[in-house]
Write a new protein. Sequence first.
Length: 276
Amino acid sequence: MPTTPKKQNTSGPERKMLSSAEIKAALTTRIMGKSIHVFEEIDSTNDQAYRLAEHGAKEGTLVVAERQTKGRGRLGRSWYSPAGLGIWMSVILRPDLPPATAPALSLVAGLSLARTIEDHLDLNAELKWPNDCLLDGKKTAGILTELSAEKEKVRFVVLGVGINVLHQRADFPAGLQNTATSLALAARREIDRVQFLCAFLRQLEDDYQRFKKEELTPFLDPYTKRCGLIGARVRAQVGNNTISGRAVRIDPTGALVIARNREEIVVRAGDVERIR
Ligand code: BTN
């Protein structure tokens, strides 16, 4: 159900709900968010964006929800998406690029988010390959990129971003309280979700336009600078295989290169943890 701006009924501080009119008024983009769909509740903004894209929705179409009932993360995990506390959003992209370049878009979006956090909130954001954004060593945001392609052509990409914004510690389930944080917790102040969302979309648009022309090359240094895994000993879980070694770099396709003994292993997807 589309929303109109109203106050949310929670026990915490009174908070404005997201509205498409407010987002439109604060947006300074040319593509991202030119069409906006705001829902009070949806299964998953990625699923909704995918449905819209299959029906021809334009590049830049934005889907935002106050709450997701089936928010999804990578590797089949669920994504905790309570009402009124986060930015749960997906954008439809239609880059004229081969499908193999799509995973790199997750890295670009992660970097756009880190840059927005730094510029807007004056915090140091860490990127955890491939698509997590951390503050104070805890996860603040994750990115889930889904692709529809035919032969060698991308039909569309759904770029889903989940950002914990206003959560206090007790707002997270017990199992997440030690590993997750929010922008408000890290910045120690309330954050305006609309202003932050619009600043992020602006940064994402700039970075996306550059990515389409130059692919990942101009992003490798700024990504690596923020990626706590590079140079560290890591353990990567890739399907049923575990690879331990030193993370040495991100390659131009966005894969993580791990050095083990005298060989280099290119990891394209998986879960990676630092080890001692
Ligand atoms: C991850 O860290 O595993 C990725 C999390 C991605 C969550 C976002 S929330 C908005 C969009 N809709 C979803 O169902 N997932 C993404």
